[in-house]
Design a protein around this ligand. Structure first.
Ligand code: XLS
Ligand code: MG
Length: 397
């Protein structure tokens, strides 16, 4: 262990006050002289120093993940359930937290005063506390309103951009009441159907204006931006994690601007979800995660985790394990939907199955023969490495 890369971080100075320094999970830093200004950073994962501490994962989903089966070509196939039924189901399935759009937390939100919204948010907080369930995040649902038809923060109409910013600030207030400091921003309509209809340079300025307004509104809120390359738009302005981090770097507080990765969105961008996870985590920026699956470049499928590509799911779990996802309190969320054909009596299976599969893959990641893999890598025998992974997933040791 000690022979592998030397794993020491020497830091001269107080890392909390030094911009540009990251403390990723699984790293050690030793502040030596707290007031000094310069840093020496020789960072290597501590997993090479100590026997791997095993992650404990916590799980969540949102009320919209118990969906009714409607698609663009047909009506619902299941009768909606109440919020209380969904909360009860979440608890019975052994999940730890729930995700909320602002109007999941406070229905018909646009028809209510701010005071009324806050009152209902407080009532929801009491209900969650009684159930022993945390709120993982709040996300403004900026894609339903007639005011966001042409985009929210990047709409061509100034009044509509203001609506989007005001609604986002209110979502932050709801998040604080519910006890979470994460505001998720899925930028659903920030893009174009027609390239000539908007100015891409200006769109980034408008996104920054909106993010800065949110960061100024609450000094503790963290923005977790969820990229997706298309659907509902033809082309989105923030399609990948690289774009998220680039935009984050230009905000008034890059330290409070990070990312949420959804597996299916990476597949839609033609990227490997495990690589996207590694990329975000190498910046210390993966603050939430939507695991699911997607069978290639088609409509957004939100399949159960690992349903389309078991090996890709294994690799996602492996990098989460390797990088210590969850050790800073992050949750594993499943943004999955039941198939349209699902009968009401099987309505929760996609959530239960996703978690089961995740935990099975954690076992697979922990029991993978890393020593053998390293030897094969050293010998550049990637044919054998390929087969090692396949045999492992098939269950043969
Ligand atoms: C849609 C998104 C959405 C967000 C939450 O594609 O995944 O479900 O996760 O706003
Ligand atoms: Mg999602």
């Amino acid at each position: 262990m000690w022979k592998s890369r030397l794993a020491i971080v020497l830091q001269v100075g107080n890392w909390r006050t030094c911009p540009g320094l990251r403390l990723a999970p699984g790293e050690l830093r030793f502040p030596i002289f707290p007031l000094a200004l310069r840093t020496v950073d020789l960072t290597v994962p501590t997993s090479n120093l100590f026997m791997a501490r095993q992650n404990q994962y916590r799980f969540c989903f949102g009320p919209w993940n118990i969906s009714e089966g409607a698609d663009p070509y047909g009506p619902p196939t299941r009768t909606p359930q109440s919020f209380d039924w969904k909360l009860d189901a979440l608890k019975k399935l052994g999940f730890d937290a729930m995700m909320f759009h602002d109007d999941d937390a406070v229905p018909d939100i646009d028809s209510k005063s701010h005071a009324q919204v806050m009152k209902e948010a407080r009532a929801l907080r009491r209900k969650l506390d009684d159930a022993g369930i945390a709120a993982e995040m709040v996300a403004p649902r900026l894609w339903f309103s007639p005011k966001t038809i042409d985009g929210a923060y990047t709409s061509n109409d100034k009044k509509h951009r203001q609506y989007a910013i005001d609604r986002s600030k209110q979502s932050i207030d709801i998040a604080r009441v519910l006890g979470t400091d994460i505001l998720v921003l899925w930028l659903a309509r920030e893009g174009t159907y027609l390239r000539e209809s908007k100015n891409g340079f200006q769109a980034i300025e408008r996104l920054l204006e909106a993010f800065d307004a949110m960061l100024a509104h609450d000094k503790r809120i963290r923005l977790a931006i969820e990229p997706k390359p298309n659907e509902p738009m033809d082309h989105a302005y923030v399609p990948t994690i690289g774009h998220v981090l680039a935009v984050a770097s230009l905000t008034r507080d890059p330290r409070r601007t990070g990312a949420l990765i959804e597996s299916a969105h990476c597949v839609l961008a033609g990227l490997d979800p495990a690589d996207e996870i590694d990329f975000a985590m190498s910046f210390g920026k993966l603050w939430s995660l939507h695991l699911n699956d997607q069978n290639g470049l088609k409509y957004d499928q939100d399949k159960p985790f690992a349903s389309a590509n078991l090996r890709s799911a294994f690799n996602q779990v492996r990098v989460l394990e390797r990088n210590g996802y969850g050790k800073n309190g992050e949750y594993v969320c499943f943004d999955v939907h039941p198939f349209r054909t699902t009968k009401p009596e099987h309505w929760l299976a996609h959530l239960d199955n996703s978690r089961k599969t995740f935990l099975r893959l954690v076992e697979k990641a922990r029991s993978f023969d890393e020593k053998k893999a390293r030897a094969l890598i050293a010998d550049r025998d990637y044919q054998a490495l390929d087969q090692l992974v396949i045999e492992h997933l098939l269950g043969r040791r």
